[in-house]
Design a protein around this ligand. Structure first.
Ligand SMILES: [Zn+2]
Ligand SMILES: [Zn+2]
Length: 275
């Protein structure tokens, strides 16, 4: 069975420093058949605390990808995508990215309109002061994802539940269960708009102990008739290459999924889950 890691960062992201070639070789070493690079494409400057939040440079990206393809040869299949942030804040710009010749686009909400990245709540901002405040943020988060689910430039919704990682770090350990209804409405909207979701395995190793979204939501998505689902490690370094991708695929099978997807040219290819 082909095993694809479809959420991977390289030096073309502001928070990763590994060349695409080295990352691809590490992914091959980890047993992956293919990898789709999804470097950050954040459409707006916001207070990330990083030096260069806007390092999306398509010319360099396509060149780097061509070099990696040449260097890696047939050791692993490579595709080029993006993790689009702020797409719902700047939809016209998002559609331009959608037309730029990428294989796959993950739509992520890293920050709410006019607010910094959720991880900044761990850097002294009073975002996670109480359970009530956190649920309020999460409701707004779901509302913004509703907008992302309607963007033509987006193929799958990225790591649903991402703020929980930082809420937990700040001592507010809450579940998405009370938000089941609005989340189900979001997943339904995604399905109606031909969008998929991703199972992001970084939750396993970054403090949540489970993937994003949580298994109960993966189940809701399937029960609603959702079929387009990708799996990604969200690796930012070679040590994380392919991390828990196999575990994620096994979980999908346990939840009753028969297929998962790898994207090429913005179209899902369905791969039968044989594990
Ligand atoms: Zn992300
Ligand atoms: Zn990512």
């Amino acid at each position: 069975m082909q095993i694809w890691d479809q959420h991977v960062h390289s030096e073309f992201s502001e928070d990763a420093f590994c060349s695409m070639t080295d990352m691809a070789l590490a992914e091959a070493e980890a047993g992956m058949s293919g990898v789709c690079f999804t470097d950050h494409c954040e459409l707006e400057h916001y207070d990330t605390g990083l030096e260069n939040p806007d390092c999306w440079r398509p010319d360099r990206l396509f060149l780097g990808f061509a070099e990696a393809k040449k260097a890696v040869g047939d050791r692993i299949a490579l595709r080029l995508g993006a993790e689009l942030g702020g797409g719902n804040h700047l939809p016209e710009r998002a559609e331009e990215i959608g037309r730029s010749g990428l294989d796959f686009i993950i739509g992520s909400v890293h920050n709410l309109r006019g607010m910094p990245d959720f991880f900044m709540g761990t850097a002294g901002l009073p975002m996670y002061s109480s359970e009530e405040a956190c649920y309020e943020l999460l409701s707004k988060y779901i509302e913004e994802y509703m907008e992302v689910a309607r963007l033509g430039a987006v193929d799958v919704l990225g790591h649903i539940g991402y703020p929980l990682r930082y809420m937990k770090k700040m001592g507010v350990d809450i579940s998405l269960q009370p938000l089941r209804e609005p989340l189900a409405a979001l997943l339904k909207t995604a399905i109606e708009n031909g969008k998929g979701i991703e199972l992001n395995t970084s939750g396993y190793r970054r403090g949540l102990g489970e993937p994003m979204p949580a298994p109960f939501l993966l189940k809701v998505y399937r029960e609603l008739g959702g079929e387009i689902i990708t799996v990604g490690s969200d690796a930012h370094s070679p040590e994380e290459a392919g991390a828990d991708v196999r575990k994620g695929l096994i979980l999908l099978k346990e939840l009753g999924y028969k297929y998962y997807c790898a994207f090429s040219n913005r179209k899902p290819e369905f791969i039968r889950l044989e594990l």
